[in-house]
Write a protein that binds this ligand. Structure first.
Ligand code: T3D
Length: 263
């Protein structure tokens, strides 16, 4: 999973923790790290993983693409940025969105450029109160990528999406939470404990059902009510046949805590 250690990935108690780990470069992505990150997200698809925690090392969450690798003074022709996006960012974003398990993101510090949008594609985003989200792209003549135009517009609407993307103004975690861009802003020193508790609780939950909830909510804005009602019926039919549903109802009737297995 990346012998260079730019991505740390560890499975413990059914939780895959992925840590962006180039702290001296604010965890910005070079090619090796992008490849290792994609492999880590693919690892999450295996059956022994029931939820995922994504965070960063050091003072930043992620500063997006490593601009040291994009120095025009060292190039004879403009780079093909579409190639990086096609090869790394788009595959990883697609896999995160379609992963049938919850991904919790603990934004431990600044999240800029692709770093911000990788956080925003996660299912539940907690951020340290000192963290900032920056759509940094327009400062260097680029366009938000990694799903930014899509996530921002859906989460906070066109007016705020345009404001953030066109100005590249940072917003702090509490503002992001109050706008509905993220789930919650938490005290810096409580972030990892809170995120770890949440992701552990999800991993011990009825994870097939949680995967179906993720699917249904993601589908909702593209469907009519009729289509969504049909989808809910179909998913509920599937959920009703899981061992976890039987365990959940039995535990309720026996007045005890359920023991879900993700089956
Ligand atoms: O393939 C493609 O290229 C297409 C894909 C594009 C996706 C993208 O993400 S494009 C957007 C790239 N990211 C940015 O434009 C953000 C650049 N960074 C910043 O604006 C600021 O560093 C931050 C707002 C993130 C943090 O500011 P601050 O004041 O806390 O820290 P700093 O002093 O600016 O940075 C600290 C160090 O990290 C510094 O290095 P040094 O001087 O200590 O050796 C700085 O150069 C380095 N660093 C920060 N961001 C990047 C970076 N080095 C390389 N690439 C970076 N993105």
């Amino acid at each position: 999973m990346g012998s260079d250690q730019s991505i740390l990935a560890e499975v413990k108690d059914s939780v895959l923790t992925i840590t962006l780990n180039r702290p001296d470069k604010l965890n910005s992505f070079n090619a090796e790290m992008s490849e290792a990150f994609l492999n880590a997200v693919i690892r999450a698809e295996k059956a022994d993983v029931r939820s995922v925690l994504l965070t960063g090392s050091g003072r930043a969450f992620c500063a997006g693409q490593d601009l040291g690798d994009r120095d025009p003074r060292k190039m004879t022709a403009p780079p093909d940025l579409g190639h990086t996006i096609e090869t790394y960012y788009n595959p990883v974003l697609r896999r995160m969105r379609s992963l049938e398990k919850p991904i919790v993101c603990a934004v431990n510090g600044v999240a800029a450029g692709a770093g911000a949008n990788i956080a925003l594609i996660c299912d539940i985003v907690l951020a340290a109160k000192s963290a900032k989200f920056i759509q940094a792209f327009s400062k260097i003549g680029l366009v938000p990528d990694s799903g930014g135009t899509w996530s921002l517009t859906r989460l906070i609407g066109e007016a705020r999406a345009k404001g953030l993307a066109l100005t590249a103004e940072p917003i702090d975690a509490e503002t992001a939470a109050s706008w509905g861009l993220i789930w919650r802003a938490v005290d810096d020193d409580a972030l990892i404990d809170e995120a770890t508790a949440l992701v552990g609780k999800l991993a011990a939950g009825p994870t097939l059902g949680l995967g179906m909830i993720k699917q249904a909510i993601q589908t909702a804005s593209d469907q009519s009510l009729d289509e969504q009602l049909d989808l809910e019926r179909d998913l509920q039919r599937t959920a009703g046949k899981t061992a976890d549903y039987a365990e959940g109802v039995t535990a309720f009737l026996e007045k005890r805590a359920p023991e879900f297995k993700g089956k």
